[in-house]
Design a protein around this ligand. Structure first.
Ligand code: UDP
Ligand code: MG
Length: 315
């Protein structure tokens, strides 16, 4: 295959300390690709693993010419490792999948069929999650609820990064230079025809989750801040309440002062703290409003994305 040739499909999997599952993963994905047919590549990204992941990838690449192994300089985290794989891959369609076989690669043919019917994105939506703790499921449910409230982007719930995308969507995704990437949200933001495919999420085939609580919290904060400036504006709401309460206090202490039942010094103190406190929150909120806009601008996302143009000879 020459450099300009595109395979019909790329499978991209980020891997962090996955030596235990990788051989099985490559075998199963390979079998699925054989069944689906067409040219394909399997892009494996070693996200700075500390175990034998890279060696296993080397063996897989030697055995299967479809395997492309990419090694990062250090651990960059799931979303950036995935981004690295996505920028390296060349397929006309791209399947994002975890290396731990929680997402069954066998769904590929169903996803391809939905895409043949015109979908730009087919995302896997989890019906059940096997082998995941109650805590993980509860926090995940809470997370999807919160982010659904805080943003206008319709980010589907119970959906990970497991999905099939067209090259057009992938190129739009890669054109977004933001550093803190919440990829499933960014893909939702792109729009087009996005279709769910329900599936049952399996337990890990081997190894342990690479998402301890600390990483999960960081991931959730990245997601919320990337898709909402509501927290930044929250001081505006508090500010309005405080300003009104503060003003009421001011009036109340003035009345007490005029009627002469205030302790000396109380009036000025209460009036000043009430008014100042309210004003400060309000000003913070205003700063938040500007900072939020600055942040949005700074993300450098495209202003619009054209799907089709009919007429003329523009491409
Ligand atoms: N992963 C990665 N870098 C990291 C953490 C995770 O590339 O720093 C990969 C990991 O190897 C797996 C995928 O991201 O293929 C999802 O991670 P995991 O299965 O541990 O998350 P969970 O399914 O438990 O949420
Ligand atoms: Mg997993």
């Amino acid at each position: 295959m020459s450099l300009t040739d595109r395979p019909a499909l790329s499978v991209v999997a980020p891997c962090f300390n996955e030596e235990g599952v990788l051989p099985e993963f490559v075998k199963r994905v390979g079998a699925v690709l054989d069944k689906v047919g067409g040219s394909a590549e399997i892009v494996l990204v070693d996200d700075g693993s500390r175990d034998g992941t890279w060696a296993v990838m080397g063996e897989a690449a030697a055995r299967d010419p479809r395997v492309v192994a990419v090694r990062l300089m250090r651990n960059h985290g799931h979303q950036l490792a995935l981004t690295a794989g996505l920028s390296v891959c060349r397929g006309e369609r791209v399947l994002i999948i975890d290396a731990d076989l929680q997402d069954p690669p066998e769904l590929l043919s169903d996803m391809m069929a939905l895409m043949d019917q015109g979908a730009d994105v087919v995302y896997g939506q989890r019906r059940v999650r096997e082998g995941e703790s109650l805590f993980k499921r509860a926090t995940a449910a809470a997370f999807y609820r919160v982010i659904g409230r805080l943003t206008d982007v319709e980010i589907p719930s119970d959906t990970g990064d497991f999905r099939l995308m067209t090259r057009r969507v992938l190129d739009l995704l890669l054109a977004m230079p933001e550093r803190h990437r919440f990829i499933r949200g960014m893909v939702a933001w792109i729009g087009g025809k996005q279709v769910p495919l329900q599936y049952d999420r399996k337990a890990r085939a081997a190894g342990e989750t690479k998402y301890p609580l600390t990483k999960m919290v960081r991931f959730a904060i990245d997601a919320i801040t990337a898709f909402s400036v509501v927290p930044l504006m929250a001081s505006m709401t508090i500010g309005w309440i405080m300003a009104i309460v503060g003003f009421a206090f001011f009036v109340y202490s003035m009345i007490g002062f005029v009627l002469g039942y205030n302790i000396p010094g109380w009036t000025s103190l209460m009036a000043a703290t009430g008014l100042l406190g309210g004003m400060q929150f309000l000003m913070l909120g205003i700063i938040g409003a500007y900072l939020g806009r600055l942040y949005d601008q700074n993300k450098g996302r495209p202003l619009f994305m054209i799907r089709d143009i009919i007429g003329g000879d523009r491409k």
